[in-house]
Design a protein around this ligand. Structure first.
Ligand SMILES: NC(=O)c1ccc[n+]([C@@H]2O[C@H](COP(=O)([O-])OP(=O)(O)OC[C@H]3O[C@@H](n4cnc5c(N)ncnc54)[C@H](OP(=O)(O)O)[C@@H]3O)[C@@H](O)[C@H]2O)c1
Length: 322
């Protein structure tokens, strides 16, 4: 099969190439998926580039996310799964068979049915962003009846955080940096969209009511705003690191009795990931999850696709391997 791969860490143009490798066979408990779209996330260029390196087993086909059709199953997997439309999560975590190839092999628990009414583009957008959004929203309990602030609601994680929070009964406030992103956040269903660059941001959020929980993409940049709008004993859940670590205003955090949580998808317990996949499927089946604008690349454009994500493309970057 044709696959994009690298054998060492480095810039995309230095280390990535497309070549023929043996098509993998599914082992016990695994399925093979013919990939329609592979979804690119920031973690993919960070792993490849070496800023957050992950071990390479001889070679690494990048990308955790993808969607396609199961065409072979390993021992112990129901043969009825062959022909199923699916989306996959964490395909490349500790494995060389990422989704940037014509086929991937993945443990069957990480391969989730994709309802017929939903596109492969949406399926390939879910994995890392939707699973991360779910963990941030629900690790501290249900969101029903709560007011959730999603920082950066036009980002991939932010988008699914808005949609999942709405589906599970929350009121959602989100912050963005401008009009184009405000439109995306409104389309996702946010009840209030605020430009965090405006001096009135805190007042606009306060006028809407106190915030119970914050899904945070930029803790250092936003902590002042977060502490100004969060109710006492509220939670801030951070899933992204900024270039410089913030200095923590301890007294202000104590005054708010704030609870802080940090999330890294690679270390989330397996049962929580399985729970996330079930909840995402329920939301998907009900039509509550939608696509961001997509930017499509061919497999031969793998370098450009990584550069697009690294340069903060608005929307989802996808690769069509065939
Ligand atoms: N911990 C994990 O397991 C995990 C999982 C997924 C992603 N991540 C990380 O999370 C980050 C976002 O990933 P993504 O795929 O969602 O990226 P993305 O689609 O590029 O979205 C990032 C969003 O954050 C917004 N943003 C940046 N600074 C902000 C600020 N101060 N306040 C509010 N919004 C701000 C950006 O818009 P503006 O710049 O226009 O504001 C953009 O919309 C990346 O660093 C990624 O590596 C971590």
């Amino acid at each position: 099969m044709r696959a994009a791969l690298y054998e060492r860490h480095g810039s995309a143009s230095e280390v990535m190439r497309v070549e023929e490798v043996a098509t993998p066979e599914p082992g016990p408990g695994e399925v093979r998926v013919k990939v329609s779209y592979s979804g690119v996330n920031p973690t993919d260029w960070k792993s490849r580039g070496g800023s957050t390196p992950r071990p390479i087993d001889d070679f690494q086909i990048p990308h955790h996310d993808g969607a396609g059709v199961i065409d072979a199953v390993g021992e112990g997997v129901a043969p009825e799964r062959i022909g199923q439309r699916v989306w996959v999560w964490l395909a490349a975590a500790g494995r060389r068979w990422g989704t940037a190839a014509e086929w991937t092999v993945v443990p069957e628990q990480q391969v989730v049915p994709l309802p017929d009414q939903h596109s492969f583009e949406l399926g390939a957008s879910l994995g890392v962003p939707a699973m991360t959004a779910h963990r941030c929203l629900f690790a501290d309990g249900p969101v029903e009846g709560k007011t959730i602030l999603v920082a950066g609601g036009a980002g991939a994680v932010g988008h699914f955080a808005i949609e999942l929070a709405k589906f599970y009964g929350a009121r959602v406030i989100t912050t963005v940096s401008g009009a184009e992103k405000a439109e995306l956040a409104k389309n996702a269903g946010a009840d209030l969209v605020v430009n965090y660059r405006e001096p009135s941001a805190v007042e606009e959020i306060r006028a809407f009511g106190h915030v119970d929980r914050i899904v945070e993409v930029a803790l250092g940049a936003n902590l002042r705003l977060d502490l100004a709008v969060l109710k006492p004993l509220g939670e801030i859940i951070t899933y992204a690191a900024e270039p410089d670590d913030p200095a923590l205003p301890v007294r202000a955090c104590m005054n708010a009795n704030v609870i802080m949580r940090f999330v890294l998808l690679y270390g989330v317990p397996r049962d929580a990931l399985a729970h996330a996949a079930r909840d995402i499927t329920a939301a998907l089946t009900s039509g509550a999850l939608s696509e961001l604008p997509v930017h499509k690349f061919s497999l031969d454009e793998i370098v450009a696709s990584h550069d697009a994500v690294q340069n903060s493309a608005v929307g989802k970057v996808l690769i069509a391997p065939a």
